[in-house]
Ligand binder design. Structure first.
Ligand code: FES
Length: 242
């Protein structure tokens, strides 16, 4: 049901965002093959907890920031990796869908966003605890730094490479959240998703828990603004598994 909504929305929004992240992603997804995936959702301005728009050039680098997109109940990471990411990364989802992730946005092309729902067994950050987060430094359980690490079974993803799987049992990248950077204002917008999003499975598995956590609004599409905050402020406990 959700997937259908994405595709319909995609056509409508892509026409109005020429030159944008969505139009770019759609073009590159098409290059990847007929099954390439990019799905438009609400164009949402990313704001801080004070309600002011985030500025891409002043994000704290290599820190896990959290917001919810494209639904009120679906968590996502926002990261400034501090260096330009790879560009035009060819990836494949578990359903065989090929797609091309454009790369980071912002002045240094270093700002990325990915679903925070682990592609293995859907571990995700709750208000109580998170087993999944960005790890800037290497640790006994991850040989390198700058990875998104899930402590559940140690899946690791490379956010500079489209969240490609580096290690662990996950078999597909984290779904990408498509971002737009408005150069004049330095503002950031979330505009869509790309890759193997697992939202239907996520709602099916955690429906009751999510309803409690989000007051029954978990399946609502986000509004025109998404509040972004450090993961430590959203989650009472952050598991490091090392
Ligand atoms: S749920 Fe993340 S590694 Fe298993």
């Amino acid at each position: 049901m959700h997937r259908r909504g994405f595709l319909i929305g995609c056509a409508a929004v892509a026409g109005s965002l020429e030159g944008s992240a969505m139009a770019k992603a759609l073009g590159e997804a098409a290059d990847a093959g007929p099954a390439g995936s990019a799905r438009a959702w609400q164009r949402a301005l990313l704001v801080g907890q004070d309600g002011r728009p985030l500025l891409a050039s002043t994000l704290e680098q290599r820190r896990t920031l959290l917001f919810h997109y494209p639904f009120v109940g679906t968590p996502a990471f926002l990261l400034d990796l501090g260096r330009a990411t790879r560009r035009r990364v060819a990836l494949k989802a578990d359903d065989g869908e090929a797609y091309v992730w454009s790369g980071g946005v912002g002045p240094e092309q270093s700002v990325v966003a990915f679903s925070a729902i682990c592609a293995h067994k859907l571990t995700y950050p709750t208000k109580d605890i998170s087993f999944i987060s960005f790890r800037a430094e290497p640790s006994p359980v991850s040989k390198r730094g700058d990875v998104i690490h899930c402590c559940s079974e140690h899946s690791q993803y490379d956010p500079a490479d489209g969240a490609r799987v580096l290690a662990g049992p996950a078999t597909q990248p984290l779904a990408a959240i498509l971002l737009e950077h408005e150069r004049d204002s330095d503002h950031l917008y979330a505009v869509g998703t790309q890759g193997g999003e697992l939202f239907d499975d996520f709602f099916a598995r955690f429906g009751m828990k999510l309803a409690l956590e989000h007051g029954g609004r978990e399946r609502q599409a986000v509004s025109e603004r998404c509040v972004v905050q450090p993961i430590e402020q959203y989650c009472r406990q952050l598991m490091r598994c090392a």
